[in-house]
Design a protein. Structure first.
Lengths: 191, 191
DNA sequence: GTCTATACGAAGATAGAC
DNA sequence: GTCTATCTTCGTATAGAC
């Protein structure tokens, strides 16, 4: 297919970022993982590593937002969160604790420069938060409460992934899932 | 003082890890930040970058655990969490969103090798969790509930720092603080 | 669109003088 | 304990052929 190697590079970059972060990922790693030809990197990404990273974040962010959006359409906001957490947990387990979050892997590697990448990171988080906040609001929460809950969900999830990966143990993830869902159910009465 | 340059390197490394992560931090950065002499790196840290990182994590981890331990002795577990979150928030604000968590900055940069560093990361998280879980238990929670709440607190905090830094905005941090403390107070009745 | 060759700098690390 | 010099490897990036 046309542009196949380009897309495979974007996907491989996202995978590598979630495993070892942005700074620790080299083009060689991306080539090796994707199987894409070495000579076409700068043909597809004239902006180099930064451009590849921005595309990888966009690709992953949109894909993830679409998944969450779908879940919010199939049920309540709480059910969507529960389903999403289950998927994240399963991905972590099946990957032997390699599958974290590529956005997080980039976010913590950025120094003060690199504003374009920083913007891509912020936009990813913001897109996710928007989708979920809309569902909480639809289910009766005030706009402010919906925003807080959505931020809380993604913060907890990112932290849970970090802890579980560090321990190579699902328990921190399970603990966070238990407490987070408990909180969401408790507050669903007091919007 | 003796060992002054060594300690300054450890502190500088911790600062840099929280700003830009492990992989993006070079010895040059550590030298520049600490003001320590260039020629003595491998005198103080024969194990190179990994050894420096392990020491930096230990130093920061113990320091942070001691702070949390002190707070749990001055008041309830919930008060300790509230105080700790306030300190983290203030550090973030005063540093213009540079002060994240060095343990997180290392955690997400590790590939599958580097088991020694991985162990140092896990031990840091585990030490923090232990201190806080003990306080929740002292305040009446069951051991299992105390463990879950402590994990939830640190996961939320790590995620909140990540989101706030990405947006260069304190609101995600404030949102998480609001919801997390709300949850802790709600469940403090049903241990 | 992909190849090879290569420039260029920066990284981690070592050796030996002082 | 610190310096300078150096080695080696690896990184991003470019140029030009095919």
């Amino acid at each position: 297919m046309r542009d196949d190697s380009r897309r495979s590079m974007v996907r491989a970059a996202a995978m590598l970022f979630q495993e070892r972060g942005y700074a620790a990922t080299s083009f060689q790693d991306v080539i090796a993982r994707s199987g894409a030809p070495r000579g076409s990197i700068y043909h597809h990404f004239p902006g180099g590593k930064q451009e590849l990273a921005i595309e990888a974040l966009r690709w992953y962010s949109d894909r993830t937002a679409a998944l969450m959006r779908q879940k919010t359409q199939e049920g309540t906001a709480i059910e969507a969160v529960a389903g999403f957490l289950a998927i994240s947990r399963e991905a972590l387990r099946k990957s032997d604790f390699r599958a974290g979050c590529p956005v997080a892997g980039v976010a913590l590697d950025l120094a003060d420069n690199d504003e374009a990448l920083q913007a891509a990171v912020a936009e990813a988080f913001e897109e996710w938060r928007r989708v979920l906040a809309a569902a909480f609001e639809r289910d009766g929460a005030t706009p402010a409460k919906a925003r807080r809950l959505a931020a809380f969900v993604y913060a907890s999830l990112e932290g849970a992934l970090m802890l579980a990966r560090a321990h190579r143990d699902l328990r921190p993830m399970d603990d966070v899932i238990t407490e987070l869902l408990d909180h969401l159910e408790r507050v669903s009465g007091s919007k």
